[in-house]
Design a protein around this ligand. Structure first.
Ligand SMILES: N[C@@H](CCC(=O)N[C@@H](CS)C(=O)NCC(=O)O)C(=O)O
Length: 216
């Protein structure tokens, strides 16, 4: 099976995680961000992740891919229940997290941004949602204060054991880890110890790398 992704895409991380967590081999291909033709020819939409299944057919939608691969692995299904307080945390950080993350993603040499055209495509599209990238970078201190407060709130929701955020690996991890992983691109975040331990453990368990070494 082959997974078409962008490195920075949190929905793609969801799909990548299930392969690592279930110890299944995975081939990935990173598309250029302005390549519309390839994804549209596969699923009729300019969107990743896209899984090419063993039968050659294509599947979009990250959570459909997670459930499909989880079923195939035959090791029991991830529990689907999401604690309302965790969902509320994800919703809250979802309102501004991209203002910290997206302006930085185009600056670290990711393969989906290998051409000037691909960078421009991304910037033009995302600035329509979050506003000017440079202006958002200028407001880093403001958003850092906000994420620090929110990470303090997250810490008690992280289980004591390194077994997944809710005490066992579940759909909660599939939703949470990609968001935290993208935030590792932001230099200066002070990570609460339990959240940092969780990140390190889940990165190892899922085989998905982080951005700490390239943070800016
Ligand atoms: N509901 C979809 C959302 C996927 C999604 O929004 N992917 C983004 C990348 S993070 C995308 O391909 N956007 C189109 C673009 O960036 O042009 C899923 O869960 O797979």
């Amino acid at each position: 099976m082959k997974l078409y992704i962008y490195d920075h895409c949190p929905f793609c991380v969801r799909a990548r995680m299930i392969f690592g967590l279930r110890a299944l081999p995975l081939e990935t291909e990173i598309l250029l961000n302005d390549d519309e033709e390839t994804p549209v020819s596969m699923i009729g939409a300019k969107q990743v992740p896209i899984l090419q299944k063993a039968d050659g057919l294509f599947m979009g939608e990250s959570l459909d891919i997670v459930r499909y691969v989880d079923e195939l692995a035959g090791k029991g299904r991830l529990q689907e229940e999401i604690r309302p307080e965790l969902q509320a945390w994800l919703d809250k950080v979802g309102e501004y997290g991209n203002k910290l993350v997206q302006p930085r993603m185009v600056k670290i040499g990711l393969p989906e941004f290998a051409t000037r055209e691909a960078v421009k495509y991304f910037v033009d599209k995302k600035e329509k949602n979050i506003g000017n990238f440079a202006a958002n970078l200028d407001k880093t201190a403001k958003y850092l204060a906000r994420i620090h407060a929110d990470l303090q709130e997250l810490e008690p929701l992280v289980g004591d054991e390194n077994l997944g955020v809710g005490g066992e690996v579940s759909m909660e991890d599939i939703l949470l880890f990609p968001v935290l992983r993208n935030l590792t691109i932001v230099r200066g975040i002070e990570w609460p110890q339990k959240v940092m331990d969780y990140l390190m453990w889940m990165s190892e368990a899922s085989g998905v790398d982080m951005y700490f070494d390239r943070a800016l």
